[in-house]
Design a binder for this molecule. Structure first.
Ligand code: THG
Length: 367
């Protein structure tokens, strides 16, 4: 693949100057914005993430803001997850489904108040769905993309680094909770969350003028902690079973297929789009499910298409993401596997670009 031609349609981020100065080697495009994928190389980035602390430009996690008297009603219509008990300092991972119960996005919802929400979206144009719904349902709510750019601080030393910028109060923030903390003459929402299982925080930077000052402050404060620029790491996120919308699931899949059952807990009294379809699927159960799969042999290349999985001459699923894991000394993968083949220990054959390989269903992800 050759270089991406720059234009206004392919958005840079408020941290792009820092990302370039840090020597970014490759990007992907996510929500029509640049997302770094490699700094040193994917394996060295992985070891560094698991041992130290990294600062990630995840501006591509765009916010869809809901503001107005009907904001909470609209938010609940969007997801099968029960929001009735959600506190104003909580963040929820929420499946968003259409009327057939098919996945449209898998964002993190952040509740500011009953009348104001952010939806921190994965890679699909959720803004259009939410705006259309608000208008179609005649709801009293504004829906727009605010000037917010999340910056993630991830890794085992993330608490130490964050304390130096925001104070010891960062340690009081529990998993998927948030707090507004001051920085210079402003303040940011800081959440204990992020797209890795190495621990960490996400800072929702409001007003792009504060982006580089925050970036520089983190790098100055973290020199002795070996802080580096990083990005969501392919190997680590597969080991951790963090799903990627557009890779591991799409509009074809239901949340049950994606293993998101526990986030489909709205009671009968709550109305949301797709309720009837999901009620039916909850009874019958899905016909395929996401599974952790180990692929035998030497390191495989990246999945630019799904790799078919076979068993006894029949297609029984597909591998959607794969990478060589240095820590587990096997190729780790995420697959969508048909019923009858999804039990742990089931052996299949995978058609990879490197030829046929064995693919074994694991009991769970590598965490
Ligand atoms: N943080 C924020 N926005 C995001 C992401 C993020 N938007 C895009 C993308 N990532 C959305 N997808 C995910 C997928 C997984 C998780 C978060 C967002 C995640 N899952 C945990 C897990 O599966 O174990 C925790 C889920 C839970 O228990 O609630 O963190 O990363 N701001």
């Amino acid at each position: 693949m050759s270089l991406l031609s720059p234009s206004r349609r392919l958005r840079e981020t408020p941290f792009s100057a820092g990302v370039k100065a840090a020597g970014v080697k490759a990007y992907t495009v996510y929500n029509r914005m640049l997302l770094p994928t490699v700094f040193d190389d994917v394996e060295r980035d992985y070891h560094h993430l698991k041992n130290h602390v990294q600062v990630w430009d995840v501006s591509v996690e765009r916010q869809v803001e809901l503001i107005g008297p009907d904001a909470s009603k609209l938010m609940q219509l969007l997801t099968p997850r029960d929001l009735t008990k959600m506190q104003e300092d909580q963040c929820y991972y929420v499946p968003i489904v259409d009327q057939k119960g098919r996945m449209l996005n898998d964002p993190v919802a952040l509740k500011h108040s009953e009348t104001r929400w952010w939806i921190s979206i994965a890679d699909s144009d959720l803004l259009l769905w939410v705006k259309g719904l608000a208008i179609g349902m005649g709801l009293d709510v504004d829906v727009f993309e605010p000037d917010v750019a999340p910056l993630a601080v991830q890794g085992p030393r993330s608490g130490q680094l964050m304390e130096r910028i925001f104070g010891a109060t960062v340690h009081d923030i529990r998993f998927f909770r948030q707090k507004r903390l001051s920085f210079g003459d402003t303040s940011f929402i800081v959440a204990r969350s992020g797209y890795s299982k190495q621990g960490g925080f996400e800072i929702y930077v409001e007003d792009r003028r504060y982006a580089m000052p925050l970036w520089n402050a983190l790098f100055e404060a973290g020199q002795d902690l070996h802080v580096r620029a990083g990005c969501p790491n392919l190997i680590e996120r597969i080991e951790s079973g963090l799903l990627s919308y557009g890779n591991d699931m799409s509009m074809e899949n239901t949340p049950f297929e994606c293993g998101l059952d526990k986030f489909c807990n709205a009671p009968e009294t709550v109305d949301f789009i797709g309720k009837e379809s999901l009620r039916i699927e909850a009874e019958t159960g899905p016909s395929r499910k996401i599974r952790a799969v180990a692929i035998g042999g030497a390191p495989v290349s990246a999945t630019t298409t799904a790799w078919p999985l076979f068993r006894g001459g029949q297609t029984v699923g597909q591998i959607t993401s794969a990478a060589w894991s240095p820590d587990f000394q096997t190729n780790v993968a995420i697959a969508m596997v048909e019923s009858g083949s999804w039990d742990a220990g089931t052996e299949m054959m995978a058609d990879t670009p490197e030829g046929q390989r064995t693919a074994t269903v694991q009991t769970g992800f590598w965490t």
